[in-house]
Design a protein around this ligand. Structure first.
Ligand code: SAH
Length: 208
């Protein structure tokens, strides 16, 4: 497949998987039109990079289904220039989408080989506002905190309080929670306190 084929598939993915299912945020859609998802999957999955499903990326990790990445990005509701934390860099695709939205992204990955591959790919693609480091995402990333948004892309049994602590007032955390049954959770930190909303059932790899 050539460059034009990937381009066509990417536009079809946006129309059929995102717009058709109600993703409306124009900036989010523009980010999905731009980020070359086929470069974030292992070579053997390149031909189905734009399929409506998650794909294995090695080390027990997966790149999430495009629709799930889009919904989580919409729920985060961050504005250009905002600092956001991602726990679970994986392929770097979600981080690239956030970077394409003009966010200052801090992403933590615990598997050295994944961290390195994502860091090198994002540097090669000139995502200058995406910062990736090796570590345990349960500790967040204290130095650039507080964050306007926190995205968790691996599932803890319960959302680590440290991550809520690193959220600015007015900020939002989006992530899966649970072991055998997981739900996507939205946590909003308001001046009046914490508001929790359950969004929909999901299946993410467990947070280590
Ligand atoms: N956001 C990724 C999806 C990654 S899957 C993408 O767009 O491709 C979840 C990732 O979380 C895996 O890469 C896994 O290694 C990582 N992970 C699991 N436990 C972690 C922890 N405690 N800290 C940081 N990353 C973790």
């Amino acid at each position: 497949m050539g460059r034009d084929d990937f381009e066509r598939e990417r536009q079809a993915m946006v129309a059929e998987q995102l717009i058709a299912r109600g993703v409306r945020d124009e900036r989010v859609l523009a980010a999905f039109r731009r980020v070359p998802r086929h470069l974030f999957v292992p070579p053997e999955y390149c031909a189905i990079a734009y399929a409506d499903q998650p794909l294995p990326i090695g080390h027990g990790a997966t790149i999430s289904q495009p629709y799930v990445v889009a919904r989580m990005t919409e729920l985060l509701g961050a504005e250009p220039g905002d600092r956001v934390l991602e726990v679970g860099t994986g392929s770097g695709y979600q981080a690239a989408i956030l970077g394409a939205l003009g966010l200052e992204v801090y992403s933590v990955e615990v598997v050295p080989a994944l961290e390195r591959r994502a860091r090198e790919l994002l540097a090669r693609l000139n995502f200058d506002t995406v910062h990736i480091r090796l570590g345990d995402g349960k500790s967040g990333w204290p130095e650039p905190s507080p964050f306007a948004g926190v995205l968790l892309t691996a599932a803890p049994e319960t959302i680590p309080p440290t991550l809520v602590d690193q959220l600015a007032v007015g900020g939002r955390l989006v992530g899966p929670e649970g072991r055998t049954h997981q739900n996507l959770i939205l946590i909003e930190k308001t001046p009046a306190g914490i508001r929790r909303t359950t969004i929909f059932p999901v299946a993410f790899v467990p947070l280590r």
